[in-house]
Design a protein around this ligand. Structure first.
Ligand code: B3K
Ligand code: ZN
Length: 889
């Protein structure tokens, strides 16, 4: 182990900085080959600090010069090494001048200052600022920044940084400058600059307090026809935060910039959000309904960070969920409110829970399991996880479930009243929620400190004479790395009791204060012990319990429903989430039985039990009182990865066969219904991404994909016709996917047509690769062949993800080929990416982390692949942390 170069960082080792930084003035002479950065810091000793040594971080930067209070330091006056510049014997106050030289063009990590398609961009979160200059690069050091950018005027006509533009002008010599000042204190991770040949769509927007803000969306030339949706999403976000949380935009100018080379989705730099093009550019020709929805969500997310993250930031990176969990919660609520209808909100909730279960539950059960507030890390970039983000959001949602919307708002108000301008902890947030509502949330802390997905087991007892219904809930949580035993969580469990007529029974909880909940159809029980019994009175008929309504807590609920009860809930539950859930449980039950009975046999197992499921599906499919979007979700079978997570031992082939065979049965038995649904949900009017139209398209395309399971001429024709006549990308790509996964004669021609039609649209070429990476017939050899396509490159993260990640994560039956060829391929790509971009490599490395869950035969082929990666020379700490943990746990 290379513990010398990659030490583990522990939360408990936090010490306040010895020096605060009050102001930062920076001058950039931008040049792709060699950029010079002059930085002047004014620093002041922290009375709570423990030393008089100023500690600055630096990585891949050349130190050209260093001065304290105008006096140049000799090399003996400071220590340089291990990524740190340490200056001992500092005065209490000083001005520190640092000159560094960096090579943006050589920077393929896409952290710090880098070049993408000839333009300059930065990414500083979490620890990228240290790749620009030496600095106390930690989020609790907040300062005011003034930034001077100088560059060639022709090549880089646009020069942007955080805050307000103070001055701009010519420098003679073909160069020009721009001076920016950010009026707010901020941590270094929120620093940003952009320089290049860009154009913008801009609008003035009236804020609630009467001020006008200038909103801009910056893109490369030729993309101005794709910015309107991002602009609309930004305006909607600003309005929503004013209305829902009373939070206003605090700047006169707010900029979004799109860049094609980006490690993640987007970044909330103060006043200058930088986005992956994927989450900005859209028009009906190139973007799907899902793209539109994602753009709205990500624009919202980054905008909401302006308060939850920027105005109040994190004391240290262990508190990451303080901003991320909260901001994901806010963007989820924003998207739900934008849809507006109850059914639409439920669909959004279902989609969010699906992500949680598909990605976070497995993380919580694997070697990388960590609490929402982790206790240690080797590389912080590895902890931008679904646990910190999505489970973090569920934790925030539980406050709202426990305190009510108004109580939650009171907590938010107190949080900002107390902490505006500060760098704080998850405990501070919890304290604000508790204090504003006079509630004891001590036990709730365990959601932050304990990893693992809790299991809640429910048992019921109905007394038909006493008319009582008892619900006993018990909780447990499996061990996770470094956490053998867990203490009980504080779990809000929303329940209803559904009577034989399908209606909710008015609830009379024994011992509950009557005025609170008397007669309601749903109440929130608080499970705080390992085991607790709740009794309902005046229950005159035996009900079916509807538990964990709206998914009130991120837990796995165990209750022995019969197939009939599930079908009943699927048809009647007043809680749309649980209606969907009942159908998913029913389908999972069948699929898991199929998968285990066929394991290893190569056949698709017994399908005798499918009648009940078929009937339930038939009913949902034809129930036009349900929104199309809801029907689509209800008719989509649990994914292969979701099913895998429910099995003791994963056999990806068996799961794949089971799911495909059930889809074929449902396609066959409901053929006429699918066809009718297909025709009934056309959207001939001009394209609009609104939730209703998107729902219709979604349902129609689901029908098409079922019909294509039949793989007959009629289905091929239908898909081909849709492909040929599609008026938008949603319909086009859905038809192409249906063709590619069939044996339609026209599929090769359609693939080629699609490429030729869209080869100049990088985001659409990504779709082309992705669709093939996930296609049933795509094996390792086919992926290798696609990698030789001239449009493929590992250097662009979107492109790498579109093919490699979609194959390794989205095509389990082929990736887990019994001969292990998928694993050898995976190792090769992780190693290749490691040399280019450690963050992207580490993400890919995670595809094999749960190797111990697979059949012994597959494990025997996975281990050597993991070991091969672990042995690689010059392995980044990003990848090293992942493979080490995978091999150890
Ligand atoms: N805060 C950034 C994520 C930065 C990731 C650094 N590896 C985006 C977001 O969550 O909004
Ligand atoms: Zn975020």
């Amino acid at each position: 182990m290379r513990t010398d170069t990659s030490p583990t960082i522990y939360r408990h080792d936090y010490v306040p900085p010895a020096y605060w930084v009050e102001t930062v003035e920076m001058g950039f002479d931008l040049d792709p080959a060699l950029t010079r950065v002059a930085t002047r810091l004014t620093v002041r000793r922290n009375p709570e600090g423990r030393t008089n040594t100023l500690v600055l971080c630096g990585e891949s930067v050349e130190l050209v010069q260093l001065q304290i209070n105008g006096k140049r330091l000799a090399s003996g006056d400071y220590q340089l090494g291990n990524g740190l510049l340490q200056i001992p014997n500092m005065p209490d106050q000083a001005s520190v001048d640092i000159e560094t030289a960096i090579q943006p063009e050589q920077n393929t990590s896409l952290m710090g200052l880098y070049v993408s398609n000839g333009n300059f961009f930065t990414q500083c979160e979490a620890e990228g600022f240290r790749k620009i200059t030496y600095f106390p690069d930690r989020p609790d050091v907040m300062a005011k920044y003034k930034v001077m950018l100088r560059a060639d005027k022709k090549k880089y006509p646009v020069l942007l940084s955080n805050g307000n533009l103070i001055e701009e002008g010519d420098l003679g010599d073909g160069r020009h400058y721009a001076l920016w000042e950010d009026p707010f204190n901020k941590p270094s991770y929120l620093f940003a600059l952009v320089a290049g040949n860009l154009v913008c769509q801009e609008e003035k927007f009236r804020l609630e307090d009467g001020r006008d803000a200038l909103l801009q969306v910056w893109v490369e030339e030729g993309n101005l026809d794709k910015t309107q949706h991002a602009m609309d999403s930004l305006k909607n976000s600003i309005r929503w935060d004013e209305e829902r949380f009373g939070l206003e935009l605090d700047l006169d100018r707010f900029m979004i910039v799109a860049v094609g080379d980006f490690n993640m989705g987007a970044m909330e730099n103060k006043g200058l959000n930088i986005f992956n093009t994927k989450f900005v550019l859209a028009n009906p020709r190139i973007a799907t309904d899902t793209d539109y929805a994602n753009i709205e969500a990500v624009v919202g997310h980054e905008y909401f960070h302006n308060w939850t993250g920027n105005r109040v930031t994190c004391r240290d990176w262990f508190q990451l969920s303080l901003k991320e969990g909260l901001t994901v919660f806010r963007d989820q609520e924003f998207s739900a409110d934008m849809i507006g209808t109850a059914s639409g909100r439920a669909c959004k909730r279902i989609e969010d829970v699906r992500v949680l279960r598909q990605a976070q539950f497995p993380e919580d059960a694997g070697p990388m399991a960590h609490p929402v507030r982790p206790d240690s890390y080797v590389e912080i970039n590895n902890f931008y996880t679904v646990t910190v983000y999505e489970k973090g959001s569920e934790v925030v949602r539980m406050y709202q479930t426990l305190l009510g919307r108004e109580g939650f708002r009171r907590g938010m108000d107190l949080y900002f009243a107390r902490h505006d301008g500060q760098a704080v902890t998850c405990d501070d947030f919890r304290a604000a929620m508790a204090d504003a509502n006079d509630r004891d949330l001590t036990q709730f802390e365990r959601w932050y400190s304990q990893a693992g997905t809790p299991r809640v087991k429910a048992e019921t007892r109905y007394d038909s004479e006493a008319h009582t219904f008892e619900l006993t809930l018990s909780q447990s949580c499996p061990p996770t790395p470094d956490q053998e035993r867990k203490l009980p969580f504080h779990i809000p469990v929303a329940v209803g009791l559904v009577g034989p007529n399908g209606h909710d029974i008015p609830l009379h909880l024994d011992g509950a204060p009557q005025e609170n909940i008397h007669g309601q159809g749903t109440i929130v029980l608080e499970l705080t012990q390992a085991r607790q019994t709740f009794r309902f009175n005046r229950v005159t008929e035996k009900p079916i319990p509807s538990l964990l309504r709206d998914f009130s807590a991120p837990v796995i609920l165990e209750f022995e429903y019969s197939d009939d009860e599930l079908a009943f809930l699927m048809a009647h539950d007043s809680d749309p989430f649980n209606r969907w859930e009942a159908g998913q449980r029913l389908a999972s039950r069948h699929l898991l039985a199929l998968a285990t009975s066929s394991q290893g046999s190569g056949t698709s197992g017994d399908t005798a039990d499918e009648a009940g499921l078929g009937q339930a599906f038939h009913k949902t499919l034809n129930d036009t009182s349900l929104e199309p979007a809801f029907r689509e979700l209800a008719l989509t079978l649990p994914s292969e990865s979701l099913l895998a997570d429910q099995l003791e031992v994963i056999d990806p082939q068996a799961i794949h066969r089971a799911r495909v065979s059930l889809r074929k049965v449902l396609a066959e038995n409901l053929r006429e219904d699918w066809l009718a649904t297909y025709h009934a949900n056309q959207t001939p009017e001009p394209y609009s991404p609104d939730a209703r139209s998107a729902g219709r398209r979604g349902l129609k395309n689901t029908a098409l994909s079922y019909l294509c399971e039949l793989d007959d001429a009629a289905a091929h024709e239908l898909a081909q016709e849709q492909y040929d006549n599609a008026g938008n990308m949603t319909d086009r790509v859905a038809a192409l996917a249906a063709l590619v996964n069939s044996s339609a004669p026209g599929k090769a021609a359609a693939l080629e047509h699609f490429y030729t039609e869209f080869e100049r649209e990088a985001l659409v070429v990504d779709k082309w690769f992705m669709l093939q990476g996930m296609a049933r017939a795509t094996d390792v050899a086919a992926v290798r062949k696609l990698m030789r396509h001239p449009a493929f490159t590992l250097k662009n993260p979107n492109r790498a993800r579109s093919l490699i990640f979609s194959f390794c994560n989205g095509n389990p039956a082929q990736f887990h080929a019994p001969d292990g060829s998928g694993y050898a391929f995976w190792a090769e790509q992780v190693i290749a990416l490691n040399a280019i971009n450690p963050q992207v490599a580490a993400r890919l490395a995670r595809s094999l982390e749960r190797w111990r869950k697979y059949t012994p035969e597959l494990q025997a082929k996975m281990r050597p692949a993991l070991e091969q990666v672990a042995r690689t020379k010059k392995l980044s700490k990003d990848v090293l942390e992942i493979v080490t943990k995978a091999l150890e746990n």
